[in-house]
Ligand binder design. Structure first.
Ligand SMILES: Nc1ncnc2c1ncn2[C@@H]1O[C@H](COP(=O)(O)OP(=O)(O)O)[C@@H](O)[C@H]1O
Ligand SMILES: [Mg+2]
Length: 358
């Protein structure tokens, strides 16, 4: 998929913006505070129905306005084009997909797979595991059929079991939910493992490109001892879980690490190398998606220059030039952007919330 048209109304300092992006590389250049991140935020909202900067729509809506609107047209390699629209008010959300009003964002997310790389992404491997689970879940959602239902089934069973543990409802009452939790948890773990296996060769290719080595290994952990049945583990954990008031084993504790020669990469790579490793991970997600039929993604790269030095920026641009995904890349200085050398790319200038094609 790629966006062939984008209209933005009242997102932060952008009163109105209309763009006809290139299906490949799009550079957005402007001074600090001009609205570059806000434009990426608008595209993200179009693909996810929420912002990445704030959980409160009120902060994203332009001052003095009631709501924001983002709409666009996405085309796939095959099949008809889709029109997408998201309107966010302070306490209301409306999602439209080709003339239909959607109740949940799942179909929208599937229609426009959006991936974000921002300065904060470089902490992916060092931060708490939530971000790494989201990384696996994003991939499994887009590539593993039925994953969303499994994940939702798991989340529901987990809530129920935790509530019963806190109420002290007793083993009998918990039993149904243990079964659900074990069934869905095992499916979620399997889907994540399959995703990790599919991702690995793309990740190694990217790590060779960015770091000159393929010594890395992607090591997933399921959230419990995978040599044992989750149902059995839940039974054995029960008294401890009862005291804690929550379930301490299961897919909600899943994680992954990048190992080099069997040791966690984060223990001895430099800051700069860690950034490159995270770039390799995130971009390999986009690469894998390109390989699956009709599922090209839209990748947002915020503040390219602050992330990489000159040599690595060139490496990144060389890598992107080989991809089929659509990219939106922001920077403050266009001397950094050898746009003219990259065929089929677009350049946009951002100035005080206004976008113009350059
Ligand atoms: N809700 C809002 N309404 C209007 N302006 C906003 C809102 N939120 C932030 N801004 C302003 O939007 C401007 C653009 O921010 P940003 O997109 O982060 O710029 P850039 O990424 O180009 O540095 C900032 O000057 C900020 O003060
Ligand atoms: Mg910014």
């Amino acid at each position: 998929m790629s966006l062939t048209k984008l209209d933005v109304f009242d997102v932060r300092n952008i009163e109105r913006a209309a763009l006809t992006p290139s299906s490949r590389l799009n550079f957005i250049v402007g001074a600090n505070g001009s609205g570059k991140t806000s434009l990426l935020e608008a595209i993200y909202i179009l693909g996810r129905a929420r912002s990445f900067r704030s959980s409160q729509a009120g902060q994203v809506i332009r001052f003095q306005q009631e709501c924001l609107t983002v709409s666009g047209r996405s085309v796939a390699d095959e099949g008809p084009a889709e029109t997408l629209g998201v309107r966010l008010a302070r306490r209301q959300r409306e999602i439209m997909l080709t003339g239909r009003k959607l109740q949940s964002s799942a179909e929208l997310i599937a229609a426009l797979p959006v991936l974000l790389i921002q300065p904060a992404s470089s902490g992916l491997l060092e931060n708490p595991p939530k971000g790494r689970r989201q990384f696996l879940d994003w991939g499994a959602f887009h590539l593993e059929p039925g994953y969303l239902d499994q994940w939702r089934g798991y989340a529901r069973a987990l809530n129920q079991r935790n509530a019963l543990l806190r109420q002290g409802a007793g083993r009998q009452a918990e039993q149904t939910w243990n079964h659900e939790l074990a069934r869905y948890g095992t499916m979620v773990a399997l889907a994540r493992e399959r995703y990790g296996e599919r991702l690995a060769p793309y990740f190694l290719e990217a790590s060779r490109h960015f770091l000159g080595t393929t010594q890395f290994e992607l090591k997933l952990t399921a959230g419990w001892d995978r040599s044992r049945d989750l149902l059995e583990v839940l039974g054995d954990d029960r008294d401890l879980d009862r005291r804690l008031g929550y379930t301490h084993s299961g897919a909600h504790k899943g994680d992954f690490a990048v190992l080099a020669d069997g040791r966690p990469a984060k223990a001895y790579l430099s800051r700069g190398q860690m950034k490159l490793l995270v770039f390799a991970l995130l971009l390999s997600q986009a690469h894998l998606l390109e390989q699956s039929l009709n599922r090209r993604g839209c990748v947002l790269v915020d503040d390219l220059a602050s992330e990489l030095d000159g040599a690595n920026r060139d490496k990144l641009l060389a890598y992107l030039a080989e991809r089929r995904s659509q990219f939106f890349i922001t920077a403050t200085d266009d001397s950094l952007l050898p746009v003219s050398q990259l065929p089929g790319s677009g350049l946009f200038r951002m100035d005080q919330g206004r976008v113009t094609a350059a």
